[in-house]
Design a protein around this ligand. Sequence first.
Ligand SMILES: *Cc1c(COP(=O)(O)O)cnc(C)c1O
Length: 379
Amino acid sequence: MSEQEKFIDFNRPYMTGKELYYIAEAHFQGKLAGDGPFTKRCHGWLESTLSCQKALLTHSCTAALEMSALLLDIKPGDEIIVPSFTFVSTANAFVLRGAVPVFIDIRPDTLNIDESLLENALTEKTKAVVPVHYAGVGAEMDSIMALAKKHDLLVVEDAAQGLLSKYKDRFLGTIGHLGTISFHETKNIRSGECGALLLNHKKFNLPAEIFREKGTNRSEFYRGEVDKYTWQSMGSSFLPGELVAAFLWAQMEEAESIIAKRKKIWDYYHLILEPLEASGLIRRPIIPDHCLHNGHIYYLLLNDSLQRDRVLETLKSQGVQAVFHYIPLHSSPAGKKIGRVASNMSITDQVSEQLIRLPLWIGMREQDQDRVKKILQCL
Ligand SMILES: *Cc1c(COP(=O)(O)O)cnc(C)c1O
């Protein structure tokens, strides 16, 4: 076995083979700025595939979250309720507008925000809830939406990892008032740095277009709805260029098959690691019956941080790159300074010390996965 074969990367970006072809097409069309033909195709795909009334590409999921904060008209001192077990952008996008992130604990099964803790965390300053669908597995959206309705709150789904996953019969990102998706290099469907904002209510359409186009009504102008475009409100540049959209289009065309391939690898891990769970060595991911996932992450929970670090070290010494995940936001320097904790955080604290993510990429062979299992078995 060569060194190359012995080493198992954590992630390897999958290319469909058409990316450069579509980039060349955009190049020959000479249309390089945003909102060209490839961006339109991507919008159409998102809207029809996800049954979403309007989708807008952004240059990242972070940008889509920042647009959400603008659309929600977040003002300094407003509070948003977020899980602490997430990526920084879930909170930061709102912090940029002066919001205070209020952290609550996660559920021990899906590692998503614990909806039973929401009501207790509300104050008269609470403006929104931002659930995260960790590993592309849906948070408990029915309870979250019911609570939001009762207290007149808005819901932004951070569905960065959740493209094509479902909660009951609906796609993640289309259930809240707004939803955000990531096409970062590390996500299932990728274009380096790119994202999308899903607008689930018509009232957001026009303001979203304006915020995204530097505070102007250029989008209306392009559609011929106004005869000149002008400065309408505050805004910024949130859209990707056409080369990024051309690359993304190649990936979108194959999105379903990419996800099916990832799920096959996910399923094989789940199968071969069952005996290790039965012997109490690890806990495998839990997918509730009403959730359809997208094979984004295969994680394991170990017994404690000592065991976790030992496992990561052993895997590394045998050429397998496994990684941990989030340092909780509530215990990070910025989170402590800017945020507030509104529940016991014991699950978040435990999980962040126990979790490892295993290599998962298209092209991995079952024998690679068997090797990972053999190493874990000896621990
Ligand atoms: C990846 C990720 C983001 C950020 O996505 P970008 O496209 O890199 O901005 C935000 N939230 C979560 C939960 C993520 O996993």
